[in-house]
Design a protein. Structure first.
Length: 304
């Protein structure tokens, strides 16, 4: 895995082949890193977001913005200042639109064949956060959403460090394809059989995974990805022994990565913005290395 730095100059002169290569690098587990963000935020918007530190409102929590509904969540509207909530919604809407506009050009081979997922504002200090184990972001993990199955679409995330002076400190490890066979079979004992679809059973046998929780909405693929997220966070041997690469993303930088396959953890930093895209399987330039394809090969069965 590598961090690929991209300058603003490279952005203005790139060819379609270059755009395809960037997609391929992302899909293979690289991080595309912009030392200077290609999605600038006006000073007044940054100042507003940073100002949330001083006020004693419920805007302190991680806040999600749902672009398709133009709605905020994670804000306690009973205690937060109504003006501030309205302003935050505007700032998040702008951010979401700017990132989407940029990626429509930058990742042109995808032709916007993605579902626009949530954006988030992360105002809390990440170091020393007291969260339940499965919600901790300082443990290496791949992303999966408990309530939003992707059916094989890939989770692409774009980040901005908007802290005025501090880096956002990440650790990442080797991507899914390199670790899925190595860790899962020995480490997860099959559980007692539950009511499972055939393909999930085959997958469970093939890679030593226990019964998935039956769900009308989630596919066997989504069940696996959710369990893999939990498994990595709960596995102290993986946390201790896996190869680790540290990156300190400076203030004013952006980066993007497929977080469904690159194990990542945030150790320190405060104030980030993020927008998530669910990239459809048919958009991928290297579908043969997608986690869906890999798991289907192991399971010898369709998983979506
Ligand atoms: C995560 O996706 O685990 C958190 C990353 C971050 O907030 O920097
Ligand atoms: Fe994550």
């Amino acid at each position: 895995m590598a961090v690929v730095p991209i300058s603003l100059d490279a952005l203005s002169t790139h060819t379609p082949e270059q755009a395809r290569q960037w997609c391929a690098q992302l899909e293979a587990g690289d991080i595309l890193y912009f030392p200077s963000t290609p999605v600038p935020l006006p000073h007044d918007e940054i100042d507003f977001l940073l100002g949330q530190q001083q006020t004693d409102s419920s805007l302190h929590k991680n806040i999600a913005y749902k672009p398709n509904l133009d709605k905020l969540s994670g804000v306690d509207t009973s205690t937060a200042d109504a003006q501030a909530v309205k302003r935050l919604q505007e700032v998040m809407r702008q951010y979401s639109q700017r990132v989407t506009g940029f990626l429509t050009q930058f990742l042109s081979p995808y032709q916007s064949r993605w579902q626009l997922d949530y954006a988030s504002f992360r105002p809390q200090e990440e170091e020393g956060r007291d969260l339940p184990l499965r919600r901790r972001n300082d443990l290496l993990h791949t992303d999966a959403f408990p309530t939003r199955p992707t059916y094989g679409a890939r989770i692409l995330r774009f980040f901005n460090n908007i802290h005025p002076s501090r880096t956002r400190d990440w650790v990442v490890s080797d991507p899914f394809a390199a670790i899925v066979r190595q860790f899962v079979p020995q480490q997860i004992a099959p559980r007692k059989d539950g009511p499972l679809g055939r393909s999930a059973k085959v997958l469970g046998r093939a890679i030593g995974l226990g019964a998935a929780i039956p769900s009308l909405k989630r596919s066997p693929y989504d069940d696996f990805m959710m369990r893999f997220h939990n498994f990595l966070k709960e596995n102290s041997r993986f946390q201790a022994e896996c190869p680790k690469y540290s990156f300190h993303f400076p203030p004013g930088s952006s980066w993007m990565v497929y977080t469904d396959t690159v194990p990542h953890a945030v150790l320190a930093g405060q104030y980030a913005l993020e927008q998530t895209f669910l990239v459809k399987p048919e958009a991928l330039v290297r579908p043969e290395i997608s986690p869906l394809r890999l798991l289907e090969e192991i399971a010898e069965s369709r998983l979506v």
